[in-house]
Design a protein around this ligand. Structure first.
Ligand code: ADP
Length: 488
């Protein structure tokens, strides 16, 4: 059993390079046990304003600093994070619940964004373009847009922050980071690390707080030039409306309803193995997880048997213990929500194939917010479970008779974030992938995300890209200077 590491930071706001107490605070619980692990200060609009002002003061110098220096700082952050993988992963598991190996993977994934954007910082190029008057020319420069407001969710509390922070700082934007109120500890743990890496005071402010209280003042603050949110589609729409008043740039990474299409020639052992991994990853609380599994009706039984064997043998429990495949959900309300979707599906004719209650073997987990890894067959498109984001370790199986029909049904959702296609004929897989209205497709791959590629959705899954060459562009504005040519 791994223990919760001693904190190397204070559970308060990180404003202008100092720990600042707030009047309000919130208990942070380990979702596996229900135990309170810390009481964390929650910012009010006045403290938020102080943080934004601090970032605005730091902006000028940071924006004019050498991209090489910014890159070096970010790459040092990557090295420090890699070196401190273990305490960061233990903290992450303690407040978020995911099994320790998944937390280690998240720390590494977060570090890869600091490394990638640390390298990208010096690849922001301008250009010179001819002017019709031969004595003049156009200089086109990429300028940092200004202070960024970054809002992140609780499912990947470190990695979602890392993506946004690394891109904004690389571009020369100071930032104010509001982590999710349920998982602020890992965000605060970054403060001393960023300082040790050489980040000047005030360039990143970390202000845990309640989203519904801070969203409006953050979005409407005149010093904020861009808002970047990862969260639910509902929150995205609200933030967008706040941002409209001040014509702020916004990037939104929102909810999904990913189809997972199993083509008739798919390797069913590989498919079952990877689908179970995908659905147990953060216990299905992931916007890119498979939400609807489409299998050819003649292969339903074969796939179901394989999935049932695997899902029945996994172990759900406290992620700080060895050998745990699935952690708890974030809180009891989340369990209730997933339970309602399953109950609705069963009431409408779906069949329960597996319900793994292995977490009940231990009395200390009875207060935890566990949901049993579940497999449902006989799910239809009209059921709530196929229309809404499940956010739990439930595999819903839907059948099709013709791949073209599966594609049409896969696209019949307002969301468009991720999709998965499993099959042996790669040309066919590619053809299916091209017809799916989503931002990213994994062909025979359950986790296609990396720092090197742009990630983002279409339709109500949002807009804007994180990662790749595109990620840094979100934080830049072209400025054109029309100027007489320099004559020797
Ligand atoms: P989830 O339903 O997955 O918790 P949310 O969209 O509620 O997703 O939360 C994602 C992030 O958005 C969190 O940091 C949360 O505090 C924040 N948030 C929630 N409501 C608002 C809002 N009205 N304005 C800005 N941010 C918000």
């Amino acid at each position: 059993m791994k223990s919760l590491p001693d904190f190397w930071f204070e559970p308060h706001l990180w404003v202008n390079g100092e720990w600042v107490r707030a009047v309000e605070s919130l208990d942070i619980r380990n979702p596996a046990t229900g135990n309170v692990i810390a009481r964390v200060s929650m910012a009010d609009p006045i403290l938020l304003d102080r943080a934004v002002h601090g970032a605005a003061r730091a902006q000028k110098e940071w924006g004019e600093s050498s991209p090489f220096e910014r890159g070096e700082i970010l790459k040092r952050v990557a090295s420090l994070l890699s070196a401190r993988k273990d305490p960061f992963a233990r903290l992450l598991t303690s407040e978020q619940g995911k099994p320790y190996p998944q937390s280690v993977a998240e720390v590494e994934y977060a570090a890869s964004f600091f490394q990638w954007f640390g390298e990208e910082a010096r690849r922001v190029h301008g250009r010179i373009t001819p002017h019709p008057d031969r004595k003049r020319e156009y200089l086109i420069e990429q300028r940092p847009i200004g202070v960024a407001g970054l809002i992140t969710p609780w499912n990947f509390p470190l990695a979602q922050g890392a993506k946004k922070i690394a891109a904004s700082l690389a571009a020369g934007c100071a930032a104010v980071w509001k982590p999710a109120e349920l998982t602020p500890l890992i965000a605060l743990a970054m403060a001393p690390l960023l300082q040790e890496a050489g980040l000047p005071r005030g360039v990143l402010q970390i202000v845990p707080g309640i989203g519904s209280q801070l969203g409006k003042p953050l979005a409407e603050h005149p010093d904020i030039r861009i808002l970047s949110l990862t969260g639910s589609t509902r929150t995205g729409a609200t933030l967008l409306s706040y941002a409209a008043t001040g014509i702020k740039r916004v990037t939104l990474e929102l909810g999904g309803n990913a189809p997972f299409i199993v083509l008739p020639d798919a390797d069913l052992d590989l498919t079952a193995e990877q689908l179970v991994k995908l659905k147990l990853f953060v216990s299905g609380q992931v916007c890119v997880t498979a939400n609807r599994v489409f299998v050819h009706r003649e292969q339903e039984k074969e796939l179901l048997d394989r999935l049932a064997t695997r899902m029945a043998s996994v172990r759900a429990g406290d992620g700080l213990e060895d050998g745990i495949d699935a952690g708890p959900l974030i809180h009891h309300k989340a369990c209730q929500g997933v339970g309602e979707l399953v109950a609705d599906a069963l009431a409408q004719g779906a069949k329960l194939s597996v319900e793994n209650r292995s977490f009940e073997t231990r009395s200390e987990w009875t207060r935890g917010s566990f949901f049993p890894p579940t497999v449902l067959s006989g799910v239809s498109d009209s059921m709530r479970i196929a229309r809404e984001e499940i956010f739990g370790p439930v595999i819903p199986i839907l059948t099709y008779t013709d791949p073209q029909e599966a594609i049409l049904r896969a696209n019949a959702t307002p969301y468009g974030l991720a999709a998965y296609v499993y099959g042996s004929n790669i040309s066919m897989c590619r053809e299916v992938a091209r017809q799916l209205e989503v931002g990213i497709v994994g062909v025979n791959e359950w986790r296609p995300l990396r720092a090197e590629i742009p990630f983002g959705g279409v339709k109500q899954s949002g807009f804007g890209a994180e990662g790749g060459l595109e990620g840094i562009q979100e934080f830049l504005n072209p400025q054109v200077i029309s100027i007489p040519r320099f004559e020797l």
